[in-house]
Design a protein around this ligand. Structure first.
Ligand SMILES: O=P(O)(O)O[C@@H]1[C@@H](OP(=O)(O)O)[C@H](OP(=O)(O)O)[C@@H](O)[C@@H](OP(=O)(O)O)[C@H]1OP(=O)(O)O
Length: 569
């Protein structure tokens, strides 16, 4: 006969009385159970954090927001896919843990009795884009449509001048499509009812677009880790790479697991559930998906309340304070960040190579768009002769790329975005140092995280051969390329390290990216056969963008592979 579940109020009491999270709801007269606000929690779930959707009204880009006497000529977006289902392994971990815990019925945790991972996160949907993910990208597309209304009016979509490019994973392709539905809503190339009067009635409700993708292993920009054997061999999961994260976890996780287990002890002192450190990490991940997927912090997130120390056992409440619960969330967020800081971030210099192809194509595309002789009617520069035409160097109005959290982390590391001070993230930082750290995946890589670039060209730059300067070697050549580039992270302007202002001068922008390693020798450095050059250790210490900029002896990084060893000191 099945053993009766220990139940609060029955023979087996839990050592401390739980108050139901429901009691924290306003409808209960009892004292509110301390718990952080949903908005605070949403901002501390590491790479499972929901996208900080801005409900703010997006105004069309106007003259005040543009550099004087310039025009917007090109847009770039690099975007993680939207909210997804947990991976199959995550879903199985949720099921296993929920079956382990539901043996004990706890007031306020009745949801566990009917929470079935297979129902809520079916393994057959592992890592697919979630309905919330569809919405994430549609809304970003709508906000882009609002800001760039005039640009789209002036330059309607066509498959030659707008590139939508996705990683080979369905969550990214579907995200790309969701973005286009929002971005091009209500717009159709050309004016159909003038072209084919009766066409209007048969028009597709959305503008069909061309979305290209590159097979995993060949994609050197988005799902780039699959195209870099050296990263897989020498960085991913390497003991020296995961050392700081493991050291931190060894110190912090057992205490949280013990705290949880202690809450599941009967008054007779019988341990009812033994939580492991892995269980604590699973609870944090499940909390992330519950919040991102359903906006629900009343299930798994509440278990992190029980993992927090209760400092008032003698008091009737037996509750952890809000401050202690926040501290528990922060510990798990730091644990997640330490792992990604070294695996995908600035903790290992080599990771910058995995962002260099994105930087190279960005640089070359902007350079083409800013060229005074750029001719969008032909998609080429008037100065380019037919024999040096390169299909890859096409003139785009917009390039929109959809990848993964690591796409954002590798590219951000390449740009030095979260390593300006060069403070190495370690397992032994003070709480203040952790609070001040630059590398926070909750901020830089939530679901649908994105980086965008606006490219402005001087209006006078429209050039024709008669304005070209005479140059000795080849007669006429176009005037120098000028322009401004503005970078956004999650739709907020961000100054690129090395630029003095938000509107970065093209010459400076180009110099920064080239010196950071654009046009790098990705193939050599990523080949498992190539060995990083003996110079590598000397470069490994040049970690912040500022250091690279200041070091006059620093030749451009081309042809030099950075260290696969984590930075030290
Ligand atoms: O699911 P996880 O957390 O175990 O790991 C994912 C990883 O997600 P995240 O950790 O960055 O949120 C990235 O997924 P997205 O950024 O696409 O959400 C990685 O791309 C994904 O790698 P994959 O594309 O090879 O599956 C990680 O899954 P993994 O568990 O297989 O390492």
């Amino acid at each position: 006969m099945a053993q009766p579940r220990p139940v609060i109020g029955g023979q087996e009491h839990l050592q401390t009385h739980f108050s139901s999270p429901a009691e924290s709801s306003p409808s209960h007269s009892s004292k509110k159970v301390p718990f952080p606000s949903s908005s605070w929690i949403r901002a501390h779930l590491a790479s499972k954090s929901p996208y900080p959707h801005e409900s703010k009204k997006v105004k069309p880009l106007n003259k005040e927001d543009m550099p004087l006497d310039h025009e917007l000529v090109q847009l770039h977006l690099i975007c993680r896919h939207g909210t997804r289902y947990p991976s199959t392994s995550n879903s199985i971990a949720f099921r296993t843990l929920s079956e382990k815990i539901r043996k004990v019925e706890v007031p306020g945790f009745e949801w566990l009795q009917t929470w079935h991972a297979e129902t809520i996160y079916p393994t057959t949907k592992g890592a697919l884009l979630a309905p919330q993910g569809d919405s994430d990208l549609y809304q970003i597309g709508r906000r882009f449509a609002g800001r760039y209304k005039d640009f789209l009016d002036q330059h309607p979509y066509d498959a030659n001048t707008y590139q939508f490019y996705s990683s080979g994973k369905s969550r990214c392709r579907q995200s790309a499509y969701g973005f286009t539905v929002g971005f091009l809503e209500g717009r159709h190339a050309g004016d159909l009812d003038k072209i084919v009067p009766k066409m209007k009635s048969r028009t597709s409700p959305v503008q069909p677009v061309d979305i290209s993708t590159v097979p995993l292993g060949l994609d050197k920009e988005l799902a780039v880790k699959f195209a870099c054997p050296r990263w897989t061999e020498s960085v991913k999961g390497q003991p020296k790479v995961v050392y700081e994260a493991n050291t931190y976890d060894d110190r912090v996780l057992p205490e949280l697991a013990e705290q949880l287990s202690n809450r599941y002890v009967s008054q007779g002192g019988v341990a009812l559930v033994n939580f492991t450190r892995k269980d604590v990490q699973t609870i944090y991940t499940a909390c992330g998906f519950e919040m991102s997927f359903y906006g629900n912090d009343k299930t798994w997130c509440q278990l992190l309340r029980l993992a927090s120390p209760v400092r008032s056992l003698e008091s009737r409440d037996h509750h952890a304070s809000e401050e202690d619960i926040k501290s528990t969330f922060l510990k798990l967020e730091i644990s997640s960040d330490l792992s990604r800081y070294y695996t995908y971030g600035p903790g290992v210099p080599f990771n910058r190579h995995l962002g260099c192809k994105l930087a190279t194509s960005l640089l070359e595309s902007i350079e083409l768009a800013l060229a005074p002789d750029a001719d969008y009617s032909t998609g080429r520069r008037t100065s380019s002769s037919h024999d040096d035409e390169d299909d890859a160097s096409k003139l785009f109005r917009g390039q929109f790329k959809f990848g993964h959290s690591e796409t954002i982390m590798f590219f951000s590391s390449f740009l030095g975005l979260y390593n300006k001070k060069g403070v190495r993230m370690t397992a032994t930082m003070t709480p203040e140092q952790y609070e001040e750290r630059e590398f926070k995946t909750s901020d830089l890589s939530p679901f649908a995280a994105n980086m965008a670039f606006e490219v402005f060209r001087p209006k006078a730059a429209k050039s024709s051969p008669r304005k070209w300067r005479l140059s000795d070697e080849d007669g006429l050549s176009p005037p120098p390329i000028q322009g401004k580039v503005r970078m956004f992270v999650n739709e907020e302007p961000m100054i690129l390290p090395g630029c003095e202002t938000e509107l970065c001068d093209w010459v400076m922008f180009k110099s920064i990216l080239e010196r950071a390693g654009a046009r790098c020798d990705f193939e050599t450095c990523c080949s498992s056969l190539g060995s990083p050059s003996e110079d590598t250790p000397s470069l490994a210490r040049l970690e912040t963008m500022g250091e690279i900029m200041q070091d006059e002896n620093q030749d451009e990084l081309d042809g030099i592979c950075l260290a696969v060893d984590p930075i030290t000191g």
